[in-house]
Design a binder for this molecule. Sequence first.
Ligand SMILES: Nc1ncnc2c1ncn2[C@@H]1O[C@H](COP(=O)(O)OP(=O)(O)O)[C@@H](O)[C@H]1O
Ligand SMILES: [Mg+2]
Length: 361
Amino acid sequence: MQTPIPRLEIKNLMRRYDGRHVVNNVSLRVMPGHVTCLLGPSGCGKSTTLRMIAGVEMQDSGEIWVDGSLVCDTVYRVPPERRHIGLMFQDFALFPHLSVARNVGFGLSGDKAAKQRRIEELLDRVGLSRYLNAYPHELSGGEQQRVALARALAPRPGIMLMDEPFSGLDNRLRDGIRDETLEILREQDTAVLLVTHEPEEAMRMADEIALMRDGRIVQQGAPYNVYNAPVDRSAMAFFSEVNVIRGRVRGSLVDTPFGQFLSPGAYEGSEVEIVIRPQHIKIDFDRHGRGPNPTPQDGTPARGVVERARFMGSESLVEFRMDHDGSLLKATVPNVFLPRPGKALWLMIRRDRCFLFPVKG
Ligand SMILES: Nc1ncnc2c1ncn2[C@@H]1O[C@H](COP(=O)(O)OP(=O)(O)O)[C@@H](O)[C@H]1O
Ligand SMILES: [Mg+2]
């Protein structure tokens, strides 16, 4: 079987500003009908990557391919308007002096009747037919966003580049618009490269996440895998709060107050971090100092005293001051249980959910 050709492929893209690599050897593929999310903290090079693909900025080196054809390298360059790439940005700015219909039809060429049909079809699809002749200022933020989507989709781009397009919308509205936008893009078989700094947005929308840091992609995969098999501590910490327990490797084991952990691959005598998310810490009652009766899988329990407990809705976030070394550990518990500060409880670590990383020094 032939391997399918990606709709968009970028190979080893590089971009320097003032001698600093802001995009450093980035490679990606996006298949038709798929959403890849470029996820990373502000300033890591996401927008610069997108601008190079759009063609509004030139890479120092690397290649951009669309449907198996070269679109841009350092010698050859297809101009932006001939790349058939749709763009959607946070400040998507509709033309204020043009009606909704004319905004949507702005990038369309060809005969007038066909143009009108396409405009009506798209406004119908985003549920805004009744605003055909309205002006942008008469629409809510969410409605304007849908017009912007219709405008970007009108010329049937094979690729859609989206740079934090939902960050200007309020939370409740955003979820609905995200889902609706995705549904439409999938229907059109568009390849989507979405930029965001929000892990929840990436996990909600992406078929594949490319986690970016300091200009590089540090991990790439399905959201489930990136979340559950992080490459290092900061990749893990980008998605949620984490607890870090340090220890030293002795005879392939690390001794901790929570018992011994296997440390495959770590050097004898080296320092390692055991990293665990708050939701994977188990809590049990003190029972007058006798503590829980752990299963072998739970390892050794360690006692701590509640320092702070915050009610978060579906769960509570509890901070414990640990008896053994005075460190703080965070655990989430179902909201039926909101312990008071000062209460002693026992914590256990779910071994199948913790990760061991070498301490970089
Ligand atoms: N035109 C420019 N000149 C100099 N530095 C820039 C320019 N554009 C972006 N940068 C720098 O490149 C880095 C990456 O920026 P950007 O791609 O916008 O990051 P992100 O979208 O991930 O927040 C930042 O440190 C930013 O300050
Ligand atoms: Mg940006």
